[in-house]
Design a protein around this ligand. Structure first.
Ligand code: PNS
Length: 176
């Protein structure tokens, strides 16, 4: 059985990687698909191409994972998949559940698409792409919260901020 793991992935986090690792153990093949989230329109840090590039690098070690993108409805994308394919979504905490439940029901209502939830490990319960983006925008350390490909891309995106902060921290240690 195959699965599709859809999301904004702006950028992919360690929580996403944890869910993907579990999904790749359960399903024959998992496609990680970058899609539009109408709630996040115009608020992306990384372009679609950048997000795909990060995803390819972060998932290269999985033999049964591929990366894709789609600009339409998730149910239309699912209709193009092998029969029986399911949607995989990760749950971090109870707070995710209400929103995810609504989408899962809608996707079944409008396209007969089935959703399977995978619980991320509790150590990632506080990690989200938006928090990671915020920390990185101030030059903070996000290396534990994202795969290396995301960390490098964030560092490139905010190179000046990281350099400035590191210089400041260096100055503080020297003056101690
Ligand atoms: O990582 P996200 O932003 O929580 O992922 C949400 C996503 C992209 C999977 C969801 O917004 C989605 O399915 N978008 C495609 C358009 C669609 O089918 N919308 C109807 C369901 S909300």
């Amino acid at each position: 059985m195959n699965a599709v793991f859809p999301g904004s992935f702006d950028p992919i986090t360690s929580g996403h990687m944890d869910v993907l690792t579990r999904a790749a153990r359960i399903f024959d093949h998992v496609t990680v698909t970058v899609m539009h989230n109408a709630r996040k329109q115009g608020r992306h840090l990384f372009t679609l191409d950048e997000r795909l590039e990060i995803l390819r690098e972060a998932t290269a070690h999985f033999p049964n994972v591929s990366v894709d993108s789609f600009g339409g409805l998730l149910v239309d994308y699912m209709a193009r998949q092998e029969t029986g394919s399911v949607i995989v979504r990760g749950l971090r905490a109870v707070s995710d559940y209400e929103y995810e439940l609504q989408i899962a029901h809608l996707n079944r209502q409008i396209g007969d698409a089935e959703t399977v939830f995978i619980m991320a490990a509790t150590r990632w319960s506080f990690v989200s792409s938006s928090m990671v983006r915020e920390i990185a925008s101030y030059g903070g350390n996000v290396s534990e919260m994202v795969p290396r490909a995301s960390a490098s891309a964030l560092r490139r995106k905010h190179a000046d901020v990281y350099e400035e902060r590191e210089a400041e921290l260096q100055g503080q240690t020297t003056s101690l």
